[in-house]
Design a protein around this ligand. Structure first.
Ligand SMILES: Cc1ncc(COP(=O)(O)O)c(C=O)c1O
Length: 344
């Protein structure tokens, strides 16, 4: 059977529906490119067996991911996106009423999951430059704290806490408190800012590194995320592994994606180059866009989200009128610039 493939060099857009639909949907920091043809072929080939269940508890996917990172499969837990794995972490490592310290605003999932698990939210505002305020986060940790989350890069600003600041912070967190280091956007991070997670894990047994195939790998619709850490910690998280919870398509897609890393890296570079071009242009317009190392930009308000919406561009909007937009689709990037030209 032949497979219809979308032109892999062109960013894809959500299909235009009724006229109320936005022209561009930049709300979810998605990858603008459709899956690579080789990944589509791999997924397609396993769909022929979709009448069969996947593995009862996932073994092949953790093994693939473990090999890729040079860790033991016991150190990896996989799930339904990083969101699913974060839920597993919160439910397995905290008790209702415990506090979760995180920088706010953050990825919307964290407050939602905390509420679902009955965990007390302890948000610490970002500093004026959009950075996570690790000093204040340290002070917010007390005897009730059950979990800490640090994102690197941070969502929604794209900012990156320095390696030194992160190390100091991790050393200040009591060993009994698990720390999620959320690296959902790590593949967009400049090489100079990359930290070897294994070196961090060797010093901090309470660390869990959270990653996803939704962003740089462009597989958000397949829902594949994972965390890795010390085997004892991961064994606790694995206790809540949902039987049959990871599809066979996930294994095929990850295997094909690892085989296609050079092609994916080209896309990542295109996205980061487009991000820089757009950021510079927006700053020339007077919008104080923080330096982002992710696949999105944070555009401080007021009025930004409204101006984008009026131009048919859906963005993630914040209460003060600021917006976060995914980047990398040249037409959408151009539309953003045009929409905001008259704002200042
Ligand atoms: C910081 C951060 N962590 C985790 C996620 C969850 O990603 P997913 O559940 O698609 O793997 C996101 C998604 O936007 C995110 O921004």
């Amino acid at each position: 059977m032949s497979l219809h493939l979308v032109d892999e060099t062109t960013p894809s857009r959500r299909r235009g529906g009724p006229s109320a639909q936005p022209r561009f949907d930049l709300t979810l920091s998605e990858n603008p490119f459709p899956p690579l043809p080789s990944v589509l072929r791999a997924v397609h080939s396993v769909l022929a067996q979709a009448n069969r269940y996947p593995e009862f508890l996932p073994r092949r996917l953790p093994k693939l991911i473990a090999q890729h990172h040079g860790v033991h499969p016991d150190q990896v837990v996989v799930g339904s996106g990083a969101t699913g794995v974060a839920m597993q972490i919160i439910q397995s490592l905290t008790t209702p009423g415990a506090g979760m310290v995180y920088a706010a605003p953050t990825f919307d999932g964290y407050p939602i999951l905390a509420e679902m698990a009955g965990v007390e939210m302890v948000p610490v505002p970002l500093d004026s430059a959009g950075n996570q305020d690790l000093r204040t986060m340290t002070k917010a940790i007390d005897k009730w704290t059950g979990l800490v989350v640090v994102c690197r890069p941070h969502n929604p600003t794209g900012t990156v806490v320095s390696a030194a600041a992160l190390r100091t912070f991790l050393s200040s967190v009591p060993a009994r408190v698990p720390v999620i280091l959320d690296e959902a956007y790590v593949e967009f991070l400049g090489a100079a800012d990359y930290i070897d997670p294994l070196a961090l894990l060797s010093k901090h047994p309470n660390l869990l590194v959270l990653r996803t195939f939704s962003k740089a790998y462009g597989l958000a619709g397949l829902r594949i995320g994972y965390a890795f850490g010390r085997p004892e910690m991961m064994a606790r998280v694995r206790k809540l592994q949902l039987p049959f919870g990871v599809s066979s398509a996930a294994v095929a897609a990850v295997s094909a994606s690892y085989a296609a890393e050079p092609e994916l890296a080209v896309r990542t570079m295109r996205i980061t180059a487009a991000r820089e071009t757009l950021r510079n242009a927006l700053r020339r317009l007077g919008i104080a866009v923080p330096l982002s190392q992710a696949n999105f930009l944070y555009l401080p308000g007021p009025g930004v989200a409204t101006a984008l919406r009026r131009a048919g561009i859906a963005a993630k909007a914040y209460p003060d009128g600021s917006a976060r937009i995914s980047v990398g689709d040249p037409d959408a990037d151009h539309a953003v610039l045009t929409a905001l030209e008259t704002l200042r």
